[in-house]
Design a protein around this ligand. Structure first.
Ligand SMILES: [Zn+2]
Length: 177
């Protein structure tokens, strides 16, 4: 809201966290101008399906967002790539490691292509979202590190070689009960 009030800019959230992005929807009752600050067309992209359908829905949403950016109705993008959409996370079970990384590639390539097409910088904010692996915190960190490396390699011209390491989840007897 502060960005809208101070600069008159409208944003879009690509929320690939496992939780539904209700902080935007829950604000509607007390923030009447929220649709001016966050695009009502594609400002809160949340995906509820799994695996290949998840990738396809992301692509479809990015196409809608592309039009909104080109026609200057959306001025910046916030990417929230929660690791809790990963299939071995305690919370959700939406995408495999390869699919999760593919989503990062799709978003950063989307921004890169749009920058070339519009010949201007698209402000992109990365927001660190969830990831819940009490059995192996390093799996969560490795997914987030992969996301950042993918961003640097695609958008900043880096050539960082990083291997994602996510281990299958060990379910304790307590959790099974
Ligand atoms: Zn979450």
């Amino acid at each position: 809201m502060k960005v809208y009030y101070e600069f008159g800019l409208c944003g879009a959230y690509i929320d690939l966290d496992g939780h539904y992005g209700n902080s935007i929807d829950n604000s509607r009752d007390f923030v009447p101008e929220i649709d001016k600050a966050i695009s009502p067309i594609c400002g809160n992209i949340n995906i509820m399906v799994s695996h290949q359908a998840y990738i396809e829905e992301l692509k479809a949403n990015l196409e809608i967002l592309r039009k909104e950016i080109i026609e200057d109705r959306v001025h910046y993008v916030v990417f929230c790539h929660g690791a809790d959409s990963h299939e071995w996370d305690e919370l959700a079970s939406q995408v495999s490691t390869e699919e999760w990384v593919e989503c990062s590639r799709l978003v950063y390539t989307f921004i890169l292509d749009l920058q070339k097409e519009t010949n201007k910088q698209i402000p992109l904010i990365l927001s660190l979202f969830g990831g819940y692996r009490r059995d192996d915190y390093n799996s969560v960190l490795s997914l987030h590190a992969t996301d950042l490396v993918t961003c640097l390699n695609i958008l900043c011209g880096s050539k960082i070689n990083y291997t994602t390491e996510v281990t299958p989840r060990i379910i304790s007897c307590e959790q099974k009960l």
